[in-house]
Design a protein around this ligand. Sequence first.
Ligand code: 26Y
Length: 786
Amino acid sequence: MEKDRIVEQIKDIVLYKTGKTIDEVSPQAKYEASSIMIMDDIKEDWAKTTKKNKDRRNAYYFSAEFLIGRSFGNNILNYGLNHEAEGVAEELGISLSALEEMEEDPALGNGGLGRLAACFMESAATENLPLQGYGVRYSQGLFKQYFNQGFQMEEGDDWTALGDPWSLRKQAETKIVNFKDQKVLAVPYDTPVIGYRNKNINTLRLWQAEAINGFDFSKFNNSLYDDSMSTKNRAEDITRVLYPNDSQKAGKILRLKQQYFFVSASIQDIVSKYKQHFPLDIKFKDFSKYHIFQLNDTHPVMAIPELMRLLLDENFLSWEEAWKITKKVFAFTNHTILQEAMEKWSEDIVETVNPRCFEIIKEIDRRFIAELKESKYTNEKIEELRIVSKGTVRMANLAIRTSIKVNGVAELHTEILKKDTLKDWYELYPSKFLNKTNGITPRRWLVYSNKELSNYITELLGSDDWILDLSKLKELEKYLDDETVLKRINEIKYNNKVRLAKYIKENEGVDIDPNSIFDIQVKRLHEYKRQLLNALHIVYLYNKIKSNPEIDIVPRTFIFGGKAAPGYFRAKSIIKFINEIAKLVNNDPIVSKKIKVVFVENFRVSYGEKIYPAADVSEQISTAGKEASGTGNMKFMLNGALTLGTYDGANIEIFKEAGEDSNFVFGATVEELKEIESTYDPEQLYLNDEVIKETVDILKSDIINDNGSYMFLEIYNSLIANKNEKPDAYFVLKDFHSYVKAHEKIDKEYRDSLSWARKSLKNIANAGKFSSDRTIKEYANEIWDI
Ligand code: 26Y
């Protein structure tokens, strides 16, 4: 029997690894052996896929982040071992979920952009598309977040401390990366990306920096112990953390080194494999037939000069020959219109990292300008488009100049790029621009994390075909008026809420009531995402309940999760503010009967898997025009939450698919904001509006306490009396009343549980568009031609 074979194999691995029998070892050892067993099981299929892909055109996803989440449960599902899994675990003397909880969640990304990369990898494998991922194996990932007196604290995340059974170190394929002042090894670690039930397994290759000769014997011998290891430490620093703090010059250099490190290793790897496979093509005439590189934002853009460098200096092509190839093999995705996230490096930093690449960038720029001058471009326009200007290198410009295609990540976002942010580029290269609305993988975000709903959908549709064709969910609409179905939808939601409540009790120590509305905002902390608006609404409710304890409102639990960048003071202040509100609300005997507030610690992929299925309301409340797409919004929708959102990013497409009447739309549109931008005066609004004043004034009162950090005064000033920058730049006060109204509508509509369930089902049934299978097929057909 399959089950017995698996159990025997795991016991064998346990014995080999520990010298003990299964009943003598820890849960961790059982988890590790089970994972190794899976890696062993898939090895032939993995090798077969790799071999098959060698002769095909491949796409390469270059990304500084791959937020892959835990592998164990997802691999069991995708490889089709899930029917045996419970039984196997039982034979090992442990539950399946306990095994799953042994796995560290690799934090190799921040948020949306990194999770998108992971969804794309899974969808490509599922769709039999040859897509390989290339990135960085950070030894400490992002960071672990915890709270101390409500303040965010950070600590290193040593995610491989207990090993990493999901990757294979490929020592023999090590590369050397050259910087101006240092030479390091790039050692590849390969992780399988398993397609859903198709035996197709692509590869995610992450590079780790190591020293070439890390130990100085004579220094050690002279008792200079620290010095004897400094070469090793300086090499390993390159892949230690994600986005090293770049407020100082040394940090900026480290960041660019990290970027150059992984793209240089990747391009070397791919070029050397090409030469092995096609030894006769010394002029690389067919290179562009076999390769297309997707640049995930500007972080991997140094791949462009690096490919030029390899073709010119190591393979002796002429500039014209090398450029012709380079111009055919890159495509670029933009994920943001926020200026501060558009990478620009000062010339001396680029020069310090790799002088030859800097020279090449300047030459690309020089020739580009000559071309523009010939086409009679004005100096003013040329200045906008230049790659190197005023002492800085603009990475987005380099990417757009070189790429065959440039895409935004939602319809609105792409329109803003074309009309505004990248207007001059769009005029120059209109046919380069296109939209690719983001998506999420339904395997991880529904089949794996919401088994009860997933099974019920299969039961209703009479087949599980929808897992590979999410547009089939549309057929669920025939049950919109079926009371039995609607009741069951509510029951499943309730069960998921009970599960989450239990988890939150265990991990955060807070009691929450599964009968209350679960109103959830989980995402990175950023002013534009407006967690502050959510917080101020809670203060408004608090005041209302205080002045009228008998008030009739449906009990509500507000759940927050997300990390602030360690150097982003105001975002950290907002976390502290929410934690103080939570304390105030949860400790008030009357208020806490109606509302509760929880900020969960260390939100990450595996926490998300428990949260999305349990949400009634999905908070997607960014300032219109600022959220490029959002993908959390899609995870909530697919799991039957109703969206409370602005006309922003992919929200607009969600409303269009599921209908505005199944969701709660509020706030000013991009056009409206543009119109009032120059005259907007939040201080007047505050002074003339009792409700807003009373709400905002909590920041200056002593009912909440920022422990002398002045964080709350700083938030207050940012809204009302900002001297150095525009006050309320994200229009929190502007949208406040509209937001309050939308919440009142939620309160009213939730009371009719069947009609709420109908809206929930309407959302699920119309989530098909947001499968990353759809997105990845569009990339494959319209950008990559694979
Ligand atoms: C280098 C630096 C400052 C930087 C680091 C990380 C800049 C940007 C980022 C990450 C950006 C990001 O995650 N963007 C998100 O991408 C998602 C996937 O396209 C979008 O859904 C989401 O709206 C966008 O904020």
